[in-house]
Design a protein around this ligand. Structure first.
Ligand SMILES: Cc1cc2nc3c(=O)[nH]c(=O)nc-3n(C[C@H](O)[C@H](O)[C@H](O)COP(=O)(O)OP(=O)(O)OC[C@H]3O[C@@H](n4cnc5c(N)ncnc54)[C@H](O)[C@@H]3O)c2cc1C
Ligand code: SF4
Ligand code: SF4
Length: 562
């Protein structure tokens, strides 16, 4: 079994992770959590609604009235440090009995055991460009060309991508993998299914001083906080406490946040400075940083799971449960279900046809908790396409009724979810921001946040550092030489006519910047492969495609703690 990974190490993943770990525990009935660095068994969960201490976030009138009522009754309901703690954790968010992990550390732990078994070889630094087809069957994969210039043209030591043939091609290339997208293009998607909901997850790993986790502090190891309401009402956040005074803290900026200013890095810096978090985090030191897209379409984005010679697993197969905010255990479990199916077929001497894979893998998956969770959560987030309040109501309805009641929505393609401000006050802020951007040369989206009243970030060189410095903390962006650029702009004309340039605002690594003649410019050496540009371009190129062409590429963020 050969496993190809584009990053230079299998420890380079970015995730939360808090998980119920049903599937992981089933694979390791005698799991000793202490063996996995950064892992802990969850002891304590809280849900906090964060009020805005600056008055800068884009809150609707209804939300402002709600906030005012909470502040008015703060003594009665216990609002402290601009935060209101929900008296209970909704059952659908509960991860009781589960684990806090670092995906980088977990991958290393499991990867070394797999390779030691002798059955599997893992090849990092090996991007796969496309599936190989024989008519409608998948017969293997093509690896990326090496020794090419940024446009893919052969240069000095050209090595064409090898074709690797296999009886079964397992596609687990995550939410924005090139192989999965190529299969969707060839075979289409099941009726009514499309990937239209995304979020960018960005996180810091912070080391705290000993006082912050001493007895009596709420930040005891194995603590989980879920937050909502700040820095924007659409942005959910999390804080997980690992052993040894390490916390993972992060936010999710969703595609349905219609604002073109989606500067996740700055939002994350405001998030950690919220008074309810900052009183614990302010003496901490940033150890590492990371970002990655999540496919939030869930079952709506489920592709054809099997075909002749291939099967799909993990987030790209629509397994992520957006009600529980859980993707790791689901991805793991779909992989183990396929493994059981493969063993069954090999024992029976049956080939890996669509029919056989469907009867073994799909049947297992449909009968499992992964499918139940996917169905319960499939419409849970619909309300957010109306407003945040609708979204919260929709989520609560779906969560409390096990998905039997939920709101409906007509979800547009991602580029149509981004809206330019047309309100009078919004346009005034844009004018003010444009002046700020011209005066001190900062990006327009950053200036827009300042114009809206967000305080400037005061760097302390320890926890609050510039975006460029964060790219070098606890890891490094790797971009092996000799590979082509994996981000390309399909039409220069569309970029010229594009006012908002959301691809720049959202770029997690500042790899897309404003280049010559006002056009976006891509630098592979800074790209963390978060995939956010793919769904953050506001222009339609063709049908559902945006103006960003996101291909298979090598490298990305190397940070084993994420
Ligand atoms: C900040 C953040 C916080 C999160 N928090 C949680 C949480 O608390 N709990 C939870 O359960 N989930 C959480 N998630 C979601 C979770 O990370 C995903 O659901 C999960 O990682 C999906 O696993 P996967 O293996 O399907 O895909 P991925 O983890 O995306 O793995 C896909 C792999 O394929 C590789 N790849 C892609 N394309 C190619 C190619 N062309 N060639 C070779 N290799 C390729 C990628 O490099 C990657 O290693 C979070 C995500 C983020 C970003
Ligand atoms: S890639 Fe998309 S968002 Fe970026 S400048 Fe071009 S058209 Fe605009
Ligand atoms: S260019 Fe790279 S870092 Fe920037 S959004 Fe795209 S994938 Fe992420």
């Amino acid at each position: 079994m050969l496993c190809y990974e584009r990053a230079d190490d299998i420890a380079s993943g970015v995730s939360g992770v808090v998980t119920q770990a049903r599937g992981i525990r089933a694979s390791f009935p005698d799991l000793n959590v202490a063996e996995i660095p950064f892992a802990a068994e969850i002891q304590n969960e809280r849900v906090l609604y964060l009020l805005d201490p600056h008055g800068a976030s884009r809150r609707s009138i209804a939300l402002r009235i709600g906030d005012w009522a909470l502040r008015f009754a703060s003594g009665l309901v216990g609002v402290r440090d601009h935060a209101f703690e929900l008296p209970w954790t909704p059952s659908f968010l509960h991860k009781h009995g589960g684990l806090i992990l670092s995906i980088g550390q977990f991958n290393q732990w499991i990867g070394s055991q797999l390779m030691a078994s002798g059955f599997a070889q893992i090849w990092p630094g090996t991007p796969v460009t496309a599936p190989l087809f024989a008519d409608r069957a998948v017969t293997g994969v093509r690896l990326a060309d090496q020794g090419v210039d940024k446009h893919g043209a052969p240069s000095g030591s050209f090595l064409p991508g090898m074709d690797v043939h296999a009886q079964l091609t397992v596609v687990g290339d995550g939410p924005f993998g090139a192989v999965g997208r190529a299969l969707d293009q060839k075979f289409g998607t099941p009726e009514g299914h499309a990937k239209r909901e995304w979020a960018l997850g960005m996180k810091f790993v912070i080391e705290l001083p000993s006082e912050a986790t001493s007895p009596g502090s709420p930040l005891q190891p194995a603590t989980v906080w879920h937050t909502f309401g700040y820095p924007e009402p659409e942005i959910f956040g999390f804080l997980y406490v690992h052993p040894d005074r390490i916390v993972s803290v992060g936010i999710f900026v969703p595609s349905w946040m219609s604002d073109p200013s989606r500067t996740a890095y700055r939002y994350l810096q405001h998030y950690i400075q919220h008074p309810a978090l900052w009183k614990f985090l302010k003496y901490g030191t940033l150890r590492s940083w990371g970002a990655k897209s999540l496919d939030e379409s869930g079952r709506h984005g489920e592709p054809f799971l099997t075909g002749d010679g291939y099967a799909r697993i993990g987030e790209g197969s629509g397994s992520t449960n957006m009600l529980a905010g859980s993707g790791v255990d689901e991805a793991w479990t779909t992989g183990t279900q396929l493994a059981q199916a493969v063993i069954e077929l090999l024992r029976a001497g049956k080939p890996f046809t669509q029919e056989n894979l469907s009867a073994t893998y799909e049947t297992r998956r449909r009968a499992s908790w992964v499918e139940r969770g996917a169905r319960e959560s499939e419409d849970a987030r619909n309300g957010f396409h109306g407003s945040v309040i609708h979204g919260m109501i929709g989520m609560a309805l779906a969560g409390l009724t096990g998905g039997r009641i939920s709101l409906s929505a007509n979800i547009p393609p991602t580029h149509k979810q981004i809206r330019t401000t047309h309100s009078r006050s919004g346009n005034l802020k844009r004018k003010e921001a444009a002046e700020l951007a011209i005066n001190d040369g900062r990006p327009l989206h950053d200036a827009l946040m300042s114009a809206r009243g967000w305080p400037e970030i005061v760097f302390d060189g320890r926890l609050l550092v510039s975006h460029q410095d964060a790219l070098l903390m606890g890891g490094k962006v790797q971009a092996m030489p000799g590979f082509a650029d994996h981000v390309a702009f399909r039409s220069i004309g569309l970029c010229i006519s594009c006012e908002d340039k959301t691809c720049i605002a959202m770029c997690s690594g500042q790899a897309i910047t404003l280049g010559a003649e006002g056009l976006p410019a891509f630098e592979r050496e800074k790209c963390v492969h978060c995939g956010a540009c793919l769904w953050n371009c506001s222009k339609e190129f063709d049908d559902d495609l945006t103006n960003i062409d996101f291909r298979a590429g090598s490298g990305g963020l190397h940070s084993a703690e994420n």
